[in-house]
Design a protein around this ligand. Sequence first.
Ligand code: GDP
Length: 180
Amino acid sequence: MEKIFKHKADSEVLISQLMLPNNSNFSGKIHGGFILSLMDQIAFACASKHSGNYCVTASVNTVDFLSPIEVGELVTLKASINYVGSSSMEVGIRVDSENIRTGERKHCNSSYFIMVAKDEFGHTTKIPGIVLESDDDIRRFLKSVKRQEQKSAKKNQMSEINFHSQEYLDQLKDYNVKIL
Ligand code: GDP
């Protein structure tokens, strides 16, 4: 069967949403959890469009909230496929917000979601390849490969550690903890 390759533009998704008071905490800043939920939705939409199947979130790369979002700002989330494997893909998301009155924009966070395609029976299923058209596409694909390698290296490294050894217990002495 001939392999299918899709263009990134076919699955790119953009969401713009005005931040309402019911999504804020007591000091008028938008809850991080609300932004995370928008990010999960856009990752799902982007991955599902690319794969032609519904997808599930397998993992989320660190989300650092770079600057707080205020009530009344217009938040824009942009998502595109950075990497595809045989059934999993990485969706990159960039979140920016804009002050409506001043037009000032700020970068709020960027994150990378690994999504897996499922067929109608809930089984993991194959996805199309991706066409890399620009230097940015190539950079993002290779950065995704690196992120995944670093993640599995870290996982293996941690699995070999005996956290009960005196050496590791000693490392905790400067932290705000008490060991019973
Ligand atoms: P980068 O990953 O180093 O390029 O960091 P950025 O913060 O610029 O972007 C994070 C991710 O958001 C990227 O990896 C892309 O997947 C996605 N992204 C960034 N800019 C755009 C855009 O203009 N449109 C779309 N659809 N996605 C974007």
